[in-house]
Design a protein around this ligand. Sequence first.
Ligand SMILES: [Zn+2]
Length: 305
Amino acid sequence: MGDPMTDGQHSRRAALQRQSAQRLEQLREGPDSNAVRQSEARRRTKSVGSVAVVAAALVAMLLVGAWLALGQGHGSYEGFPRASASTGVRPRQVGMSVRHQRIVSYSFGGGPRRFLIVGGIHGNEYGAAVGEALVQKLQSDPRLVPPGTRFDVIPDVNPDGHLADTRGNADGVDLNRNFPTADWSPVLSAGDTSSSRGLTGGSSPGSEPETQAIIRQLQTGYEAVMTLHSRAGIVDFNGPGGASLAASVSSVIGLPVEHLPYQSQIRGSMGEFVPVKFGIPVITLELTSSQLTTRTLMGVMAIAQ
Ligand SMILES: [Zn+2]
C-alpha cells in the first residue's frame, strides 16, 4: 500500500526535478566560468607597469573579500569562483562505540527544516564511505545544502564494524535489529540475509551504545531521516509521506522505489522504529557503489523535497 500522491506533491516533485537538473548543470559546467574568464582577461590586458600591479592587487582583494563573505552563508555564488576551501564545519561527538571510538555528527546549513543522514550502520557496506564522502563534499561546497534546511550527517555510526569490516558492531549485534520496537527480538529472523549469521538483535531493545547515539540524535527533532546501506540498489521507505519522498529521491538518483523482499520479517529496525516513535519518514537508500557520484549526492539532498 503506497501513499497516493496529490497534485501538490506532483508539482513539488516536478519543481524538485527542475532544481536538481539546474544544479547538475551548474556542477558540470563549473560555476561562473564566464566571470572567471572575464576576470582573467581583464588582468591580462592590464599586465604592464606598476599600475597593473596595484590593479591586480585590488582585484585580488575584492575577490578574496567576496569569497570570504560568501563562505559565511549559503548565498548565491553567482559571479565568483567556487569556494574550494573547507567551510570549517567541525565534527560534534554524539556517542561512543563499544570499543570507545567516537561517533560524530556534522551539521550543514542553518535552516529550520532539519534532516538526519546516517551512514555505516552496517559496517561492511558502502554507507560509511559514502557518508564520509558526503561530509567532505558539503564541507567544500556548502551551496549544495538546499536553502532553508539543515543537514546533520553521522557518516559512520558503527566505526567498530567499519574497522573490522563486519555487519554488526563489536558486540556482534546487528544495530539495525536493535531498535526498541514492539516486535524486537534478540534472535534474528529466519528471513534475514546470510550476512547476519552469528549476529543478534542485542541483549535488550536499544542495548547498544551506537543505537543509543542514533536515538538521542533523533530526539533533537527531524523532518525526515535517510540511512545509507548497500547493495540492493533500491530506495526503500517507511513512515508517513515516505512513499512520495522515496519517489522524489528515486527520480534524482535513478534507483527504483522498492521494499527489500524480506522487509516484513525484519524486527527492531530503524525503519520500523522511527515512524512509530517520531512520526516521521525514513528513507533507506541501498547504494550500489562506495563512490559518492553526483546523482547520489543530489539524491541524498532530494530528501528535502
Ligand atoms: Zn545494511
